[in-house]
Design a protein. Structure first.
Length: 393
């Protein structure tokens, strides 16, 4: 059996979405900026997709700018906003549990004359609003806090962040990449100035994202070139991907309630079985305010990488941290920021569920996980020591 439980890393492209994209790879290939009919038909398709994205997020189409990824949207938001406001101040605040697209953009800014404060979180991964108030300085120009965390799924109090920051004239960016199709996003209601999304997290194609820039907010360009995206982002428009993003977001929002109810039931069943049937496990993240698709566990005495590899041999795909950091063996910066002990953080795995998963797959995974954890613990000197302690009591 092959079981895919890594939907936070990426989702499979929806079949209906693919069909809508197909003509734009072949017969409808025109450059959206060409003056002739070939260009006009693709420009119309991109306009439709922009409206689909805007409707899904409750904003105006002219506030949506297509990009090449969630990572690009994050880089553009952070660097573009900081540089546009550098005459006002050079201090930015980002949460300590942001995706590396934000963390490394902030690091880049600190190497280029800006000051960065990393906002602490509590044991559930929720940012501390009183620490935000304390961190704000007269020269703070931007705050970035994600709507939902990609590793532990915790949902952040963005409206409160906006209230605190706007009272001081500070811009707010939110990385909403993990939240689309999982939680309702109403950008007008949230009140953020900038927001990032990425199509491949909601059954759309890879390599396309969008940045919401609220009307009236000016940020510097990241990619300069031709006059695409209303002069804000150069590069020939990726029409098939944008068409796919529009169709995927419309479908994700339309089916959100149904999919979430189904996915949450699978996730809750998985969590119940794991916590009841495996000893020495910790369920990381917020008990309730979290993405319905996410379950993150720490398994004591063993390494997450070891479990991951054995699960993979058994056909089950999971993640030992964010996909982007899995090239390294560093423990998750998210779990460390939540105060998880470094050894325990090494024993952590993220399971993220999707609309195609089944109960049979969950049962297969838990059975394999139980055997895997037992097998690795038998080889673990730490576990042998613990067993000895228990026997001697
Ligand atoms: N932000 C978050 C919270 C993510 O989870 C990801 C992807 O894992 C990204 C940004 C980057 O998006 P993309 O893969 O489209 O570059």
């Amino acid at each position: 059996m092959r079981v895919y439980l890594d939907h936070a890393a990426t989702t499979p492209l929806d079949e209906e979405v693919l069909q809508k994209m197909m003509p734009y790879f072949t017969e409808k290939f025109g450059n959206t900026h060409s003056q002739h009919s070939y260009g006009k038909e693709t420009a119309i398709a991109v306009d439709k997709a922009r409206k689909q994205v805007a409707d899904a997020l409750n904003c105006s189409p002219n506030e949506i700018y297509f990009t090449g990824s969630g990572t690009e949207s994050d880089n553009w938001a952070i660097k573009g906003a900081a540089f546009a406001r550098r005459d006002k101040g050079k201090h930015i605040i980002v949460s300590a549990i942001e995706h590396h697209a934000i963390i490394n953009s902030a690091k880049w800014l600190s190497n280029n004359g800006f000051d960065v404060t990393y906002l602490p979180v509590d044991k559930y991964g929720v940012i501390k609003l009183d620490e935000l108030k304390k961190a704000i300085r007269p020269d703070t120009v931007l705050v970035s806090v994600m709507l939902a965390n990609n590793e532990v799924g915790t949902i952040e109090p963005i409206k409160e962040v906006v209230e605190i920051c706007h009272a001081k004239g500070i811009l707010v960016h939110s990385d909403c990449v993990q939240a689309v199709g999982a939680v309702e996003i109403d950008l007008k209601d949230l009140g953020v100035d900038l927001a990032s999304v990425s199509a491949h997290k909601f059954y759309g194609p890879k390599g396309v994202g969008a940045l919401y820039i609220k009307n009236g907010i000016k940020i510097d360009k990241l990619i300069v070139g031709g006059g695409q995206e209303r002069m804000q982002r150069g590069g020939t428009t990726n029409t098939p991907a944008i068409v796919g993003m529009g169709e995927a977001i419309e479908k994700a929002v339309r089916e959100m309630q149904k999919n979430n109810a189904y996915i949450k039931e699978l996730r809750d069943y998985f969590v119940k079985r794991v916590t009841e049937e495996i000893h020495y496990v910790t369920y990381n993240g917020h008990p309730t305010d979290r993405l319905p698709s996410n379950a993150n566990f720490s398994f004591e005495f063993i390494e997450g990488e070891g479990i991951l590899m054995l699960l993979d041999l058994g056909g089950v795909a999971v993640s030992s941290g964010s996909a982007c950091s899995s090239g390294t063996l560093d423990p998750s910066h998210v779990l460390l920021a939540m105060g998880v002990d470094i050894v325990l953080a090494h024993g952590s795995l993220r399971f993220s569920f999707g609309k195609h998963n089944t109960k049979e797959e969950i049962d297969y995974t838990v059975d394999l996980l139980k055997k895997t954890v037992e097998r690795l613990r038998k080889m673990s000197p730490l576990f042998t020591l613990k067993e000895g302690e228990i026997k001697n009591v």
